[in-house]
Design a protein around this ligand. Structure first.
Ligand code: PLP
Length: 362
């Protein structure tokens, strides 16, 4: 049985002129829209309500499980305005399925796929005006998330959970245009261990990444690259993005998904777009040594990171406490730039959507 949605409009939405000012130059995550989605799950009953309500704080008991044991998962997905005014999103069924896999790992109830997709549609019924015009890579970033909301201090999966969606207009993730970024190599901290939660999109993985990120910021790096937790030999991914390397002979390689790496939907899409061009993509183990030697010898000619928030971002340099790899004034790679244009073109509806990745929200 599908659930009945209830919509309660915000009686004090942001005035249109103020909203338009925000949409002129949105700062990632800084301002949220006028509404939010909230769906409730209870043990023994299942999903009992699905609502769109005015944006506002969550009233929560201090004993709520999420605040103590970290049962939290999330997604990141964008809304794109097309030239005709319509609003689309990108591969939402993949995000819905990933949220379910994250839920399983973190012992939270699974949000039904239809409910996930419908939650974006319903939010767009009331907050559609918040999707910026398709210029300067502006989009509306959706943040669906699920939390353990039972007030009980015992350690077990919570008997009450909430699925929520908030949304924030965003511009380019990295200010400063598509300039190659510097990456800090974390040598003293890992984000995910074997049989751990690395494949789940969960807040705890991000909490585990922040110490290294702070170190990285101090060294002028905008992201952190993590190595495998056991041997610190193999490249895994960044705190919130997957990595790719382009080789001189044309082929591309990316670390294989061995249980500790997040299954990025951008990663999957990029692999498809590269294959569509007849270029070989290897999903395999890549060591830090191979990367260093490859960049130093010119065998590796481009490196880029990808994820929903930052799309595709060229990487110029890798730094650690021991070394500097690559050059500070590297230019964005050719394949990097052209994949980026193709992917954003598909998302904004200006390049043919060969794989039916787009889904109309409004
Ligand atoms: C979200 C995320 C990514 C990117 O996934 P997309 O589906 O492409 O947005 C990569 N790594 C981590 C750790 C993430 O949390």
């Amino acid at each position: 049985m599908s659930i009945e949605w209830k919509i309660t409009r915000n009686q004090k939405p942001m005035p249109a002129a103020d909203r338009e000012a925000v949409l002129e130059a949105p700062v990632f995550g800084a301002v949220r829209t006028d509404h939010q989605v909230v769906c409730v799950w209870e043990q023994g009953k299942g999903w009992t309500s699905a609502e769109v309500i005015p944006y506002g704080p969550i009233l929560m008991d201090p004993a709520a499980a999420v605040l103590h044991y970290g049962q939290e998962i999330f997604e990141g997905i964008k809304g794109y305005r097309h030239a005709d005014g319509s609003i689309w999103t990108f591969r939402p069924f993949e995000n819905a399925k990933r949220l379910q896999r994250s839920a399983k790992r973190m012992a939270l109830p699974e949000v039904p796929v239809e409910m996930f997709v419908e939650s974006l549609v319903k939010l767009m019924e009331v907050d559609g005006d918040w999707v910026p015009a398709p210029v300067n890579e502006k989009t509306l970033y959706f943040r669906p998330f699920e939390i353990a909301a039972e007030d009980f201090l015992g350690v077990r999966p919570a008997h009450r959970a909430e699925y929520r969606v908030i949304a924030s207009p965003v511009g380019p993730y990295f200010t400063g245009g598509i300039k190659p970024v510097k990456i800090w190599i974390a040598l003293d901290s890992a984000r995910a261990g074997r049989h751990g939660t690395g494949e789940a999109k969960t807040g705890g993985n991000y909490a585990a990444s922040l110490q290294a990120q702070t170190e990285g910021y101090e060294q002028g790096c905008s992201q952190v690259m993590f190595l495998d937790a056991e041997t610190a030999t193999y490249i895994e991914e960044l705190g919130g993005m997957n990595l790719f390397f382009v080789f001189k002979d044309g082929h591309v390689a990316t670390p294989s998904l061995d249980g500790t790496i997040l299954h990025g939907i951008t990663r999957d899409s990029v692999i498809q777009l590269i294959k569509d061009r007849g270029i070989e993509v290897q999903e395999r183990k890549i060591t830090l040594d191979e990367m260093r030697d490859g960049i130093n010898s010119g065998e590796i000619v481009e490196a880029f990171a990808c994820g929903t928030a930052a799309v595709i971002t060229p990487v110029g340099q890798f730094l650690s406490k021991n070394e500097t790899i690559g050059s500070a004034d590297a230019e964005p790679g050719q394949l990097t730039v052209s994949l980026r244009e193709e992917l954003t073109g598909i998302q904004y509806g200006t390049v043919e959507d060969r794989h039916n990745w787009l889904y109309k929200l409004a």
